[in-house]
Design a protein around this ligand. Structure first.
Ligand code: SF4
Length: 149
């Protein structure tokens, strides 16, 4: 399902999500659900894959992603969620750097042009997905032992 609720208003969205969950239980279904709405993603998902320019950069359970995110892009995404609290205004940390063209992505880690933690290796080689514990996978040189100096 590619952005199945993005054009719906919030009350209809909730009804559709509830209907989908009922159908999932009744028919023992698995959904592949694609969305930019992180609130919806958290509500509907058991496991989440975070993608950047066509690659999975982090994969884990909903708890792993929302409470123990490791990849700098995942962290930036979650920090961009607006909270309906005026006291939290200004807490969003924007990402700097240029957004690469998906047709001509940069070499190495595709996120290195925007990553505040990028080092030389990040510009040259794409990081592998590594297990940081309990099946929580992250593609970042910071988590490859001995690689991030
Ligand atoms: S591999 Fe390097 S550039 Fe990519 S997310 Fe990790 S630290 Fe940032």
């Amino acid at each position: 399902m590619d952005e199945p609720t993005s054009a719906l208003d919030v009350s209809v969205q909730a009804q559709i999500l509830d209907l989908m969950q009922d159908l999932q239980k009744d028919m023992n279904l698995t959904y592949l659900f694609i969305s930019h709405d992180l609130g919806v993603v958290e509500y509907i998902s058991d496991r989440i894959a975070v993608m950047y320019l066509g690659n999975i950069v982090e994969l884990g359970t909903t708890t792993q992603i929302f409470e123990d995110m490791r990849h700098p892009y995942t962290r930036a995404l979650l920090e961009s969620i607006p909270y309906p609290d005026p006291d939290k205004k200004g807490s969003i940390k924007p990402l700097y750097g240029s957004i690469p063209s998906p047709r001509n992505p940069p070499p190495g880690c595709k996120f290195h042009t925007r990553c505040p933690y990028a080092k030389d290796i990040c510009k040259k080689k794409a990081p592998p997905l590594v297990d940081v514990g309990n099946g929580h996978l992250v593609a970042c040189w910071k988590y490859v032992e001995g690689a991030y100096k």
